[in-house]
Each structure stands twice: as structure tokens, then as C-alpha cells.
Design a binder for this molecule. Structure first.
Ligand SMILES: [Zn+2]
Length: 241
């Protein structure tokens, strides 16, 4: 009897180890690496990649550069000292794009941290919201590559990046979640291109995101960004700071 219990014990241990093992797969694309534990995270990452590839195909841009997404239990943003030498603090974030390693780090969906978080400060994190956050990070990666390889220009400024990434993210939501997001901060709107700047983003990033979507659909800013001819408030600010 004891032997059977022992066999059962080891069987259970090995099954739980397998379930927790990190897996790497490529969404059937040569340039994609997804590291994950939960296969639903993997499926959402593949769908997000499909979405961003199709968007940029419309702008005649395709890339064979590496697309790397790692799902983690905890994604930490390191706060460095002024000389960038030591990490003085870290904060847990939903996701981030590390342009030094070209890697996107995304929190696993099925964790107490994500389930306790609110999307856009007020809304439940649904699978559609989760996938849209992956799309947001991919939008940063693709815009960076598009400027470098298609326009042969420097990476756009921070405010332009966030404007673009939020527009693409909110556009990718299912209609139910999109309506909930666009009902937030109903009075807030950008009044000019200059008001699209890092100060406004830094004060309230998600509100900046909703304002970006509203401004984008009533202007040709997205076209200007893709032509490399957009001037955000950041470029004016840098002349003053
Ligand atoms: Zn962003």
C-alpha cells in the first residue's frame, strides 16, 4: 500500500512540475519566441502578434526582426540611480517593453496580481483587455522598427509612441470593452497636437490613452505619425527644458 502511495506521490509531483514548466513556442513564425507557462497566455500572444502584423501590413511594412514575449509571474520595472549604475527600487507593472533587449515582458493573466488590478484604472481585466495590453507593447516594438527600417528615421518621441500604442490598443478591444473604455473621462480631450506630451502622459497615462484614441479618430495624426511628419508637444518641451 505504502508503495502505491509513494508512486502516486511522485506521479503527482511530476505532473505539477510539468504544469509549471516554462515552455517556448513560436506561433508558427520564424522570428517569434514566446516564453510561457499557461497555454492561454500563449494563444493570446499569438493573436496579438497576428493583429499587429495585419495592421502594419496595411502600411506596407513587414519585419523579420525577432519578436520576443516572456510571460512572468511578476514584471518589475527597475528604478535606477541618477547615474544608472544601481537599482534603487522596483515597482511591479503589468507589462513593459525593454528596448535594450527588445523583449516584451507581460504578466501572466491567471495570477492574483492581475486579477486584483483594474484596466484603465476602473475596469475588470478581461481576456480582451489582457490581449490588448500585449498589442500595446507590440505597437511600441513595431513603431520603433517601422521608423528605423521603413522611414529611416530616429525612434519617435515618448508622447508620440504612447499616443500610437494606446490608439492601436483601444482599437483592438472587443466592442463591449471598447465602449467601457471610451466612457471614461468623457470631458477630457486634447485640444491641439501640442497638448500631446509626456507631462500629460506622466500625470495620468490611461486618461492620456483614452484622449489619444478620441483625438486620433477625429484627426489625421496616425497618418502623420506613419509618414514621419508628426510633431508632438514633446518636441516643443525639449526646447524649453
Ligand atoms: Zn506604452
Amino acid at each position: 500500500m505504502f508503495r502505491y502511495i509513494l508512486v502516486l506521490f511522485f506521479l503527482l509531483i511530476s505532473l505539477s512540475l510539468q504544469a509549471n514548466q516554462l515552455k517556448i513556442d513560436n506561433c508558427q513564425r520564424d522570428n517569434v519566441f514566446i516564453t510561457y507557462k499557461d497555454s492561454l497566455d500563449y494563444t493570446r500572444a499569438c493573436q496579438a502578434i497576428e493583429t499587429i502584423i495585419n495592421i502594419f501590413k496595411k502600411y506596407n511594412f513587414e519585419t523579420s526582426e525577432i519578436i520576443k514575449i516572456s510571460f512572468q509571474e511578476k514584471v518589475a520595472l527597475e528604478i535606477k540611480s541618477l547615474d544608472e549604475q544601481v537599482t534603487v527600487d522596483e515597482i511591479q507593472v503589468y507589462a513593459l517593453y525593454n528596448s535594450a533587449t527588445n523583449e516584451m515582458l507581460v504578466s501572466q493573466f491567471n495570477t492574483p496580481y492581475i486579477q486584483s488590478r483594474k484596466a484603465f484604472d476602473y475596469l475588470n481585466v478581461t481576456p480582451s483587455m489582457h490581449e490588448s495590453i500585449i498589442v500595446h507593447e507590440l505597437a511600441h516594438r513595431f513603431l520603433h522598427l517601422y521608423y528605423r527600417d521603413f522611414l529611416n528615421q530616429n525612434n519617435p518621441d515618448h508622447a508620440t509612441h504612447e499616443f500610437f500604442a494606446y490608439f492601436i490598443q483601444i482599437n483592438a478591444l472587443n466592442s463591449l470593452d471598447q465602449n467601457l473604455v471610451l466612457a471614461l473621462w468623457p470631458e477630457s480631450e486634447f485640444t491641439s497636437d501640442l497638448s500631446i506630451n509626456s507631462l500629460v502622459h506622466g500625470t495620468h497615462p490611461h486618461k492620456f490613452g483614452v484622449m489619444s484614441f478620441r483625438y486620433a479618430i477625429s484627426s489625421d495624426v496616425i497618418t502623420q505619425i506613419l509618414e514621419g511628419s508628426f510633431y508632438s508637444g514633446d518636441q516643443i518641451l525639449t526646447n524649453f527644458i
